[in-house]
Design a binder for this molecule. Structure first.
Ligand SMILES: Nc1nc2c(ncn2[C@@H]2O[C@H](COP(=O)(O)OP(=O)(O)OP(=O)(O)O)[C@@H](O)[C@H]2O)c(=O)[nH]1
Ligand SMILES: [Mg+2]
Length: 437
């Protein structure tokens, strides 16, 4: 986004074509989301143009009349003192459509994909996330830069050339090779990081069998808020789309038996740019390691059902639909008044019998969710009695660290523990105690 000046608000208009097979509700929801995305980028949307058409205009996405109307609006006839810097379109359009539209309306054009890529670009923090976003951006930008060079004509090519090359065509060839090399380089980095991550994970798993829960769901559903509430950690929470781009892992708090690891993941969105679906699979890989998925849904969003289906679809795409899943309808406090809340809750429970309906802002709801999680992992626990002679009391803390102690009883020779724990853990402790006896 070249035209954004730090500190100065950037004004934009939104434009979209409504195709015959798209309902008004669906269309409106998508536009609302695009405006939210724009806000996340710091843009102020002052107007929305819509055009019903049987198809996108092949040369410039919108029809001639609409292009003219926007041109006039952008160039002063908008009744506001704002200078419009940008037009956002709610579909992914081709490089030539973007270029032609830009020429017709007289300001920069960003399509939905570019908007999302830009947000990811700004929010990526870790090395892996940055590399993944850069690959997606390069894949998206390369054909657009070529388009710009082509339209700029031989002069444009000469100006941007550094000499030593003949025709403009070879310049494009060179750029293409540069982009390809850069992508390959980034991919190598990512692969190396992936190997490292796998090794670490294997090491972690080697130590003990881990109970993992992953928070997944549409962007802004409240995953990071729940992560904080469940683990007492300080992960980033923001009323922005795609606030979280990296997977973070923390221990469920207060600690349980078995210890449960909770991971927060990147949010999903409708029409996630293809380059990102591919590159973010590795981020979501962590989620695939989980034994339980918490699918977080913003119950206060009018479009929550659509969002729920988008998430289901992405989970299916990455092969995570086989994992046990708990649907968590969050933000119930944000659904109208008490009556509306009760009504929504009843409807959700009827439709999704095993779901959790809650607010991440109510500690008692968070405690109940924690209990549901712990119960899930305790299903397979066994109850057992362990005897620890007085001479081996150094093992006592091992018992407490690995099992839930229901009762501890002192006897003449040592202490009896009535415990609940994973079969393997209990058996390995018992074997070790036999040896010290
Ligand atoms: N009223 C209300 N607001 C909530 C609740 N849970 C989260 N929020 C707010 O919703 C916004 C988004 O929360 P996040 O936790 O950042 O959402 P996220 O799912 O992690 O979003 P991404 O990282 O963008 O995918 C924040 O402003 C939170 O304060 C809730 O139960 N009730
Ligand atoms: Mg988040």
């Amino acid at each position: 986004m070249q035209s954004e000046v730090q500190g100065k608000p950037t004004y934009a208009v939104v434009a979209a074509v409504q195709l015959p097979n798209v309902s008004d509700v669906e269309f409106e929801a998508s536009l609302t989301e695009l405006r939210e995305l724009a806000k996340t980028l710091g843009l102020t949307v002052v107007h929305t143009f819509i055009q019903k058409r049987s198809g996108f205009d092949t040369s410039a996405y919108l029809g001639t009349g609409k292009r003219q109307e926007i041109h006039e609006f952008v160039n002063g006839a908008n009744g506001t003192a704002h200078e419009i810097d940008m037009i956002l379109v709610d579909h992914e359009i081709s490089p030539s459509q973007a270029r032609n539209l830009e020429l017709a309306v007289g300001c920069e054009v960003m399509d939905r994909t570019m908007v999302i890529l830009e947000i990811f670009h700004r929010n990526a923090r870790s090395r892996a996330a940055r590399a993944q976003v850069e690959i997606a951006r390069l894949g998206y930008m390369a054909p657009r830069l070529r388009e710009a060079a082509k339209l700029a004509g031989p002069q444009g090519r000469q100006r941007s050339g550094t000499g030593g090359r003949g025709a403009g065509e070879s310049h494009t060839e060179l750029d293409r090779r540069k982009v390809r090399d850069r992508i390959a380089e980034l991919q190598e980095d990512i692969d190396a990081m992936e190997v490292e991550r796998k090794t670490q994970r294997a090491r972690r798993q080697g130590r003990q069998s881990l109970a993992g829960v992953a928070l997944v769901g549409y962007t802004n559903a409240g995953k990071s808020t729940l992560m904080r509430a469940l683990t007492g950690s300080e992960v980033l929470v923001a009323n922005k789309l795609f606030a979280t781009l990296d997977t973070t892992v923390r221990v469920l708090y207060p600690e349980s038996v078995p210890r449960v690891l909770v991971s927060d993941t990147v949010g999903f969105i409708k029409n996630l740019p293809h380059g990102l679906v591919a590159s973010f699979k590795s981020t979501l890989d962590e989620a695939l390691d989980a034994s339980l998925l918490l699918h977080v849904i913003d119950a206060s969003d009018p479009g929550f059902e659509r969002q729920l289906h988008v998430t289901d679809h992405v989970l299916e795409e990455i092969g995570a639909d086989v994992l046990p899943r708990l649907r968590v309808f969050n933000k119930i406090d944000h659904v109208g008044d008490a009556e509306a809340q009760a009504e929504r809750e009843a409807a959700l429970r009827a439709q999704y019998p095993d779901c959790v309906v809650m607010s991440a802002r109510r500690p008692e709801d968070v405690a109940k969710l924690r209990q549901r999680i712990v119960a899930f992992f305790q299903q397979d626990l066994i109850a057992a009695e362990l005897f620890l002679p007085w001479s081996a009391q150094q093992w006592r803390k091992e018992i407490y660290a690995n099992c839930e102690v229901l009762e501890e009883r002192a006897e003449d020779e040592g202490a009896f523990f009535h415990v609940r724990g994973e079969r393997d853990t209990v058996e390995s402790l018992r074997e070790q105690f036999e040896q010290v006896r």
